[in-house]
Design a protein around this ligand. Structure first.
Ligand code: NAD
Length: 406
C-alpha cells in the first residue's frame, strides 16, 4: 500500500514508518516538525540523540534498501497544499498522528490551550475536508487516546467506543440507541481528541469516509525491532515534565538516581501499551478497514492497566530507586479503577507485550547510556491544571517550592 504517515517524525510515528516500510509498503511522512520546535521552546531535548528526519530516512535506506519520503507540511495551516498532495499521491491509507499530544503542555497557559485546539482540531478537520475534495478513498487510521473516556470509576468495563443506551420514547416505550461513549476529557489536549471523534462520526456518515479511531493508552518503551537496527534510527524519548509519560519517566528517573515522582496518592489507574505493540496494532488496524458507509471503527489500543503507585513500586524494586509523593498538579480523582475492553485487537492477533518481560530494564539501560543528555531541572512536572490549586509552583523532588510558575 501507499501509506501517508502524518506526524511520522514523532515518538510513535517514526517506529510506525519503519515497521510498515519493512513490510514493503510505500511510506510518505508528512510532518511540520513542530514537535522539534516545541523542544526548543521548552529548552529540552529528546533523551536519545535524534538525527534530522532527512538523515533518518537516508540511514533507513542504507540499512533496509527501502525508501521513506519526507514532505514538510503543516496540516493545520496549509490546507491547499494538503489537498494538492492528496490529489497527486492518492494514498491507499493514511495514519494520522499529527497533533500536539501532551496534556501538561496543553494546560501550561492560555496560549498553549489555544495552540493545541487550533493545531489539533484544524489538522483533523483539514484532513477530512481535503480527503473529500481530493476524492481520496484512503482508509484513515487516527491515533486517539484512552483519555477521552475520562477516568471515573463507574464499575463497568469501558467498551470499544460505543455504548448501547435505552431512551424513553414519547409513547413511554424504550428505544435502543448506540451512541459514542460519553467523553469526559481531563485536559484541553484530551478535549481535542474528543472533538476529533465528532468530526470522524460526521465525515463517515456524510461522505462515506472509511475511518478507524484507535483509543490508545500510554505508550512506554523506546525500541522496536527496526529502531534497534542502527544507532541513528533511534526513537525519540521524552523525559521532561510536559512530554515525558509516566512509566518512561519513572524509568529515566531511576536511571539518573532521581526519586520516582508520584503525583497525589498515585491511586490513578491508567492504560498502557508497549511501543512495539503500538506499531503492530496500527498494522492490524490497517489490514481491517471498514466499508464505505460503516460507522467509525473504534479500538481500545492498550494491553494492560496499572495504578501509578504500583508502577513506581515495581520500578523501585527493579532499580532500587526511592519514591517521592508530590502534590498533584492535575485536576483529577485521587483514585480510580479502570477496566477496559480490548477484544478487537486480541481477535485480530495481537500478542501483548507485558511489563514483566525484561523490557523495563532495556529502557533503564537506554536511559543510563544517554544520562549525560538529561537536564535534571526539566524533570519535575510543573504545568498546573487550575489556578486555584496553589500548585502553580515549581517544586524539587522533595516537594519543596522552588519558584512560582506563571
Ligand atoms: N505517546 C503516547 O503515549 C500516546 C498515547 C495515546 C495517544 N497518543 C497519540 O498518538 C499520536 C502520536 O503521539 P506521539 O507520542 O508520537 O507524539 P509526538 O509529539 O512525538 O509526534 C507527533 C508528530 O506530529 C507532528 N505534528 C504535530 N502537529 C502537526 C501539524 N499541524 N502538521 C504536521 N505535523 C504535525 C509533530 O511534529 C510530531 O512529529 C498523537 O496524536 C497522540 O495524541 C500518544
Amino acid at each position: 500500500m501507499r501509506i501517508a504517515i502524518l506526524g511520522g517524525d514523532g515518538f510513535v510515528g517514526w517506529p510506525t514508518c519503519l515497521h510498515l516500510s519493512a513490510q514493503g509498503h510505500e511510506i510518505h511522512i508528512l510532518d511540520n516538525l513542530s514537535r522539534r520546535w516545541i523542544d526548543t521552546e521548552l529548552g529540552v531535548q529528546s533523551l536519545t540523540p535524534m538525527d534530522s528526519i532527512q538523515e533518518r530516512c537516508r540511514i533507513w535506506k542504507e540499512v533496509s534498501g527501502e525508501t521513506i519520503r519526507f514532505h514538510l507540511l503543516d496540516l493545520s495551516g496549509e490546507y491547499e497544499r494538503l489537498k494538492g498532495w492528496l490529489t497527486e499521491h492518492k494514498p491507499d491509507a493514511i495514519v494520522h498522528f499529527a497533533e500536539q499530544r501532551a496534556a501538561p503542555y496543553s494546560m501550561k497557559t492560555d496560549r498553549h490551550k489555544v495552540y493545541t485546539v487550533n493545531n489539533n482540531v484544524n489538522a483533523t478537520h483539514n484532513l477530512l475536508a481535503a480527503m473529500v475534495e481530493a476524492e481520496c478513498d484512503a482508509h484513515l487510521v487516527h491515533l486517539g487516546t484512552m483519555g477521552v473516556y475520562g477516568y471515573s470509576s463507574v464499575g463497568a468495563a469501558i467498551p470499544e467506543g460505543y455504548l448501547d443506551v435505552d431512551i424513553e420514547t414519547l409513547e413511554g416505550t424504550k428505544a435502543r440507541q448506540e451512541i459514542l461513549y460519553p467523553t469526559k476529557p481531563g485536559s484541553v489536549y484530551h478535549m481535542t481528541k474528543s472533538l476529533d471523534q465528532i468530526l470522524f462520526q460526521f465525515y463517515a456518515q456524510n461522505d462515506g469516509l472509511r475511518i478507524t479511531d484507535l483509543h490508545q493508552g500510554i505508550v512506554w518503551g523506546t525500541h522496536t525491532d527496526q529502531t534497534r537496527r542502527h544507532e541513528q534510527l533511534i526513537n525519540r524519548f521524552d523525559y521532561d515534565g510536559d512530554y515525558g509519560t509516566v512509566l518512561n519517566r519513572f524509568l529515566i528517573q531511576a536511571a539518573i538516581d532521581y526519586p520516582l515522582t508520584v503525583h497525589g496518592t498515585g491511586g490513578q489507574t491508567r492504560a498502557f501499551i508497549h511501543i512495539q505493540d503500538s506499531v503492530r496494532c496500527i498494522e492490524l488496524a490497517l489490514g481491517d478497514a471498514p466499508e464505505h458507509g460503516e460507522r467509525v471503527r473504534i479500538f481500545n489500543q492498550m494491553t494492560e492497566t496499572h495504578r501509578v503507585r504500583d508502577l513506581a513500586e515495581l520500578v523501585s524494586k527493579l532499580t532500587g530507586a526511592s519514591i517521592k509523593y508530590l502534590p498533584n498538579p492535575r485536576k483529577e480523582a485521587p483514585e480510580n479503577d479502570l477496566v477496559v475492553k480490548n477484544d478487537q485487537f486480541l481477535t485480530l492477533g495481537l500478542n501483548p507485550t507485558t511489563l514483566a518481560e525484561g523490557l523495563l530494564s532495556e529502557v533503564v539501560d537506554v536511559a543510563k547510556k544517554y544520562a549525560h543528555r538529561i537536564d535534571r531541572s526539566r524533570v519535575p512536572a510543573v504545568s498546573a491544571w487550575t489556578r486555584d490549586l496553589g500548585s502553580r509552583v515549581e517544586r524539587d523532588p522533595e516537594g519543596k517550592a522552588l519558584k512560582s510558575v506563571s
